[in-house]
Write a protein that binds this ligand. Structure first.
Ligand code: ARG
Length: 563
């Protein structure tokens, strides 16, 4: 029985079973400050059935509750506050962790419902940007968190493999490119053509016209255009795969924009049938005045379809294919309007599931205060960032633990983990600046700091040669351990909040706090001393290790046992 169940049981007994333990458990809250106890039951829920003021109910309940199993039970206003016996609280918390292991904190909010997550989705023939990195790591963490709360996430890489930019690229390649050059260094060369195209097209607007023609050819299935497109796509995908391998992120689908080519006629047909399309400056648009949004541009005057048309087809396809309970899009905040339009058009089309679509926006990463953009050529190559981070991690390991056995592997786990963690510790909507030195520090709010705390815990367990624990002897009432134990007990709530808010930073901040409390604990206590409390203290150390590792796993970060 966990602490909430214990409290719920006592309340249910005092109410002579009027409410079941299950009814009560979900109502129990954690008070804001510890002087209000460890857990609290708000009595509002009973006011109707008992025809009594919540304050009176709380006072009565506090009187009736069997106090012996608690340190103190107290009514404050409409709340019954429970002060748990520290020793018992510790014992139930640690027993739950040591029994459930990596399942600790799991819960069933989702009943196995499918949740497609549109994530990463970089654009072919361009390098993956920091924004795509954010989408990749945030999407991956949300997938892990949803899976831990009983949903079935489906990670979809909606590759930007279609659109007018391919026309530009083909035109540029035709003007300046050679096959050998592209083969030697695909992403950089293709980017170079693209940047040069934008520069020169400013002075030669007819280039834009040629580019439009190339894209039109592609949409019409022209042989040369298709061959070039396939080639650019496969070269790009190869380089994206290298980054995904580094990050340890896998996808369930790579159906990108091109996948929906043959699915757009249906979209246009439905729009026409519902009389939603009308002409504006030669293009076909859906009016979204009543949503306070600009019209959605569905088809250009030359018949070419657009980004949103492909997203409409994709949304409908996903509903049919996955029968989703929610459909998520982890895409930068600069596309907020696009997703508002998408939802509005789907609503207009009569799809009541439009409200299951959620855009999960996030802020920009700046580099030394500067915005990054592909068009200007001011890009940071992600592979370079990861490589630099791994190098820096290696330097720190060399300084701290030069005799470490598998240094390369650990440097990889620390370096890559640092970049991922740095991204996820910020609330996703916040923009932040990227400074590698700061990202890889072993102190402060960093991934390596959390990994290091866990590696310390593992090293204590190795020193004590302890792998099994006597669960009947894990009661700790040492005040120095209290904050750590409380933090451990909150893991389930933290995961639930992260899942409902689609906010991995909740887990990252939690991990930093747990690591910090644990560091304080063992700095002030003689954990490894051979006395009666040793089993319990090591059970605490093991529990911290389990929960830190699981927190990092949810974020997509590895935890080396030694570093
Ligand atoms: N490729 C797009 C970009 O880089 C992101 C795609 C997001 N997903 C979507 N279904 N629209 O801006």
């Amino acid at each position: 029985m966990n602490n909430r169940e214990q409290v719920a049981q006592a309340i249910s007994e005092a109410l002579d079973g009027q409410l079941t333990v299950e009814d009560i458990v979900v109502k129990i809250e954690q008070p804001k400050t510890s002087d209000l106890g460890d857990l609290a039951f708000p009595t509002f829920v009973l006011a109707k059935t008992l025809h009594k003021a919540p304050n009176l109910i709380a006072a009565d309940l506090a009187d009736k509750i069997n106090q012996t199993t608690f340190e103190k039970v107290q009514a404050v206003g409409p709340y019954v506050n429970f002060f748990l016996k520290k020793g018992n609280f510790a014992a139930t918390t640690l027993a739950a962790i040591l029994t459930d292991k990596d399942q600790y904190g799991a819960q069933n909010l989702g009943n196995g419902g499918n949740v497609p997550i549109d994530m990463s989705s970089p654009n072919i023939a361009k390098p993956m940007s920091m924004g795509h990195l954010r989408s990749t790591v945030i999407g991956n963490a949300i997938a892990n968190i949803l899976s831990k709360t009983g949903y079935h996430p489906i990670k979809i890489n909606h590759l930007g493999d279609w659109g007018t930019q391919f026309g530009k690229l083909m035109q540029a390649y035709k003007m300046w490119g050679t096959e050998a050059e592209v083969k030697a260094d695909p992403i950089n060369k293709l980017l170079e053509y693209y940047v040069r195209f934008h520069k020169e097209a400013k002075e030669h607007p007819e280039m834009d016209e040629d580019a439009r023609e190339w894209f039109k050819k592609l949409e019409d299935g022209d042989e040369e255009a298709t061959r070039l497109w396939k080639w650019f796509r496969s070269e790009s995908l190869k380089s994206f795969m290298r980054i995904y391998d580094e990050l340890g992120v896998k996808f369930d689908s790579y159906n990108g924009e091109a996948f929906y080519n043959d699915k757009m006629d249906e979209v246009v047909q439905i729009l026409e049938d519902k009389h939603l399309l009308h002409e504006s400056k030669g293009a076909e648009v859906v009016d979204l005045d009543k949503y306070d949004l600009n019209p959605a541009l569905i088809k250009k005057s030359d018949g070419a379809t657009l980004y949103i048309t492909r997203d409409l087809a994709a949304a409908i396809y996903r509903k049919r294919e996955y029968k989703f309970v929610q459909s998520l899009y982890v895409v930068g905040a600069e596309q907020i309007n696009h997703f508002k339009q998408l939802k509005a058009v789907l609503t207009e089309m009569g799809f009541d599931w439009a409200d299951q679509i959620h855009h999960i926006p996030f802020g920009l990463i700046t580099l030394n205060g500067q915005k990054l953009s592909t068009r200007s050529g001011r890009v940071v190559l992600l592979e370079d960032v990861l490589k630099d981070s791994i190098d820096l991690a290696m330097k720190q390991i060399e300084a701290k633990n030069p005799s470490l056995a598998n240094k390369n592997e650990v440097a990889h786990e620390v370096g890559v983990g640092a970049v991922i963690f740095h991204d996820l510790k910020n609330e996703r909507l916040n923009s932040f600046d990227f400074n590698l030195e700061e990202v890889v520090r072993f102190e402060g709010d960093t991934g390596p700091y959390v990994q290091y705390a866990r590696a310390r815990a593992e090293s204590m367990l190795r020193k004590a040669n302890k792998t099994t624990f006597d669960l009947d002897d894990i009661s700790i009432d040492d005040p120095a351990a209290w904050n750590t134990i409380k933090a451990l007990s909150e893991f389930g709530d933290v995961i639930k909040r992260a899942a409902t808010e689609y906010e991995p930073s909740v887990v990252a901040k939690y991990a930093i706090n747990l690591a910090r409390e644990f560091n304080k604990y063992y700095a002030n206590s003689k954990v490894l001393v051979e006395d009666d409390g040793l089993n319990a203290r090591l059970a605490l150390v093991k529990s911290v290790s389990i929960v830190l590792k699981e927190s990092l796993r949810l974020l997509g970060v590895e935890s080396p046992d030694e570093m």
